[in-house]
Design a protein around this ligand. Sequence first.
Ligand code: SF4
Ligand code: SF4
Length: 379
Amino acid sequence: MKQDLFKKLQQIAEQNLLDIETHKKNGNHVIGFYCLYAPTEIAVAADAIPLPLCGTRQAPIEAAEEVLPRNLCPLIKSSYGFAATDTCPFFRFSDMIVADTTCDGKKKMFEIMADIKPVHVLQLPQNQDFSISLAPWKSEIEKLITILETFTDKKITREKISFAIALLNKERRAKKRLMDVTKAKPSPLTGMELVEILFKTGFFADKEKGIDLINEIADVCEQLIEKKESPYTLKTPRILLTGVPIGLGSDKVVKILEQSGANVVAFENCSGYKQTFQVDEIKDPVTALAEQYLSIPCSVMSPNQGRIDLLKEMIKEFSIDGVVDLTWQACHTYNIESHHIGKLVQDSYHLPFLHLETDYSESDTEQLRVRIEAFLEMM
Ligand code: SF4
Ligand code: SF4
């Protein structure tokens, strides 16, 4: 039953490219987004399809290194490489790029990417104290509304933004419901299955289609939990993966963990649980968007207490046996923040903790496997 749904996921993913083409032929737009901080609701309110574009594959990195420094985060190089080589259909479909000033590498890369496509960069504050940062961030969102109105020639009313918030809240609730099925002991899903579902549905042009499919998979998982069917046993180590985002192609740590006998049941990163927030549907929609997006607990924020709070909640709710903190090479913010994460996990929860720094290549796979196997032996 689960396998049939994975086939359906693949079919919709293939059909999706045609759906996007049809949408464009009908005179509508596609907006590419880099990063979770940019409120995709504004694109939806302009009848555009928002596509998440952060690169997760090694293939275009060599081409990116002709322009960007080699010692840069692979996510940034992969993102730029896809744009420079024109090998990502979703980048190609994008009429305009909306990005934000998160880390130094990304924001400087966007200056170069602007030679390829129109790029609008939101000036993201790096502090989540609303008394300092909310007003400038809200005005960045207001500016984005004006820019997208002009670009798409569509009026973005408060009503349309509210409608988009309700739709994307529904999508985030479905994702949370799916991610929460792995709270069951043992979990009905592998970590790699979860990565595949979240990654592929993220590109769906038809949001309702994606929401229905995610809920359908969650229904099946809930039935499997009732029947106590799982690829795992009660003794399988349950891992929480925190740190940088991952996707298909940048999933080697999840693969090695699961090949070594663990189950990655929780993803506290922006490709996982950080996407599960709800935007207030009662307040003024722009204020609600500004507050909620500014509160995303990524390491580019200083301080970043939200990540600690989220980890505390997830360690408990997902019955975690060990925490792996993943840092992409040259990502200073996650690398440095790992100090606090390790202290929290080891001192407050007395759980095994492993900090890994790697890139998208396979060159260190065996080295990682040795470290991961030794880590799992501690459980
Ligand atoms: S880790 Fe932070 S900066 Fe990087 S993509 Fe996620 S939210 Fe954006
Ligand atoms: S992983 Fe780190 S360096 Fe890479 S884009 Fe995200 S914040 Fe920037």
